[in-house]
Ligand binder design. Structure first.
Ligand code: SAH
Length: 348
């Protein structure tokens, strides 16, 4: 099969042009069509000679098909369901903030990390997404809304560090000056704590925000919620985060989903504060979004969430309760996709 053209860097496109006997400047033209103008076919590329367009016909252009959109009546958050060319479906979320549009993208179809509270992992991993399929979630949303996406969070379904090479190519493509030209500072990559991935990413010296899904203050408790904790203990994960900060100058953000009775006690807050204090990172508290298939995962009361926050603040930790977006539209990762697969097509 021909290599996926929308996943090629400008350099790789240059090599392709050379192989096709074309002038080098054609690479930049094709790249601009694919990534800046978001062309979906070679016919659109009107400044290319017909002979080149015909040769390129052997390299299909990856495009996602919108299956459904749900729009929150509360805050305008939109959840998009997209069909990939092999028939799999994935979801992406668009959030509107005062500073611009932010899109949360999926990095895999399904996930194999097995976190106990997460809907994305219930059916296991189906496959990795290609760089083009990550890009397309952003491009199709922009084409639909006619608004530029200014922020991207890789925090949808899937574990980005479990699809590391494609993640890195995606990051290079979305920040390419000749393409979408997204600022590195406006990208967040969220991981459940795969240490070799964190270490590899820091060596790239990108100005990204790294978000670490922590969810518990001790290994013992973390293992109950996140099976990956058995492979990478907290000491290792947190020292990788510290190194990430030292290498890139960018502070790590910690995600902490509060699950009633499992990680939300005063003692949990105290242990958490002690662990995080030296890292100077920011904590986002997220009251867990209950998932139908996980009946042991209960959401804490609002007052308990507030208490947890105040406790952390007393220890001098920087903390916010994440403003929840789109809770009326299957907001939690993977919930819309699961409902789609169980019930059949959602009416757009
Ligand atoms: N695999 C990556 C990114 C995807 S999950 C990671 O683990 O970080 C994005 C974030 O949502 C993670 O912090 C994840 O733990 C959290 N999350 C997943 N399901 C949730 C739920 N039902 N309620 C609250 N947070 C959830």
């Amino acid at each position: 099969m021909a290599k996926d053209i929308k996943s090629m860097t400008l350099k790789e496109l240059g090599e392709l042009m050379a192989a096709l006997g074309e002038k080098p400047y054609r690479a930049r033209q094709v790249f601009g069509w694919l990534h800046e103008k978001k062309a979906v076919s070679y016919e659109d590329m009107t400044n290319l000679p017909i002979s080149l367009r015909e040769k390129l016909g052997a390299y299909p252009i990856t495009v996602l098909e919108k299956v459904a959109v749900q729009t929150s009546e509360k805050d305008g958050t939109q959840k998009y369901l997209f069909r990939l060319q092999d028939g799999n479906v994935i979801e992406s979320v668009r959030m509107r903030y005062h500073y611009g549009d932010s899109v949360c993208i999926s990095s895999q179809v399904g996930c194999r990390m097995g976190c106990r509270f997460c809907a994305s992992t219930l059916g296991g991993l189906v496959r990795n997404l290609l760089p083009s399929e990550m890009l397309e979630q952003i491009y199709r949303i922009e084409e639909e809304t006619k608004e530029r996406v200014s922020h991207v969070v890789v925090m949808g379904s899937g574990e980005p560090m479990d699809n590391y090479d494609n993640l890195l190519t995606f990051l290079r493509l979305i920040t390419a000056e000749e393409g979408h030209n997204l600022s590195q500072r406006n990208i967040t990559v969220s991981t459940c704590g795969i240490v070799p991935g964190i270490r590899a990413l820091m060596k790239e010296k990108l100005q990204l925000v790294l978000a670490l899904s922590l969810h518990a203050p001790t290994d013992e408790k973390r293992r109950l919620l996140m099976p990956i904790a058995a492979k990478y203990p907290l000491d290792e994960v947190l020292s990788a985060c510290q190194e990430y900060y030292e290498e890139t100058g960018r502070r790590v953000t910690f995600e902490y989903s509060l699950v009633a009775g499992q990680n939300d006690t005063d003692e949990d807050a105290a242990l958490l504060a002690r662990r995080l204090k030296p890292l100077k990172g920011h904590i986002n508290l997220i009251p867990v979004n209950p998932v139908a298939e996980r009946d042991k995962i209960r959401r804490p009361r609002r007052s308990d969430v507030e208490k947890f926050k105040i406790k952390l603040e007393k220890y001098g930790i920087n903390v916010t309760i994440r403003r929840e977006m789109g809770t009326d539209i299957d907001g939690a990762c993977g919930q819309l996709r699961r409902r789609y697969m169980a019930d059949g097509p959602v009416v757009p």
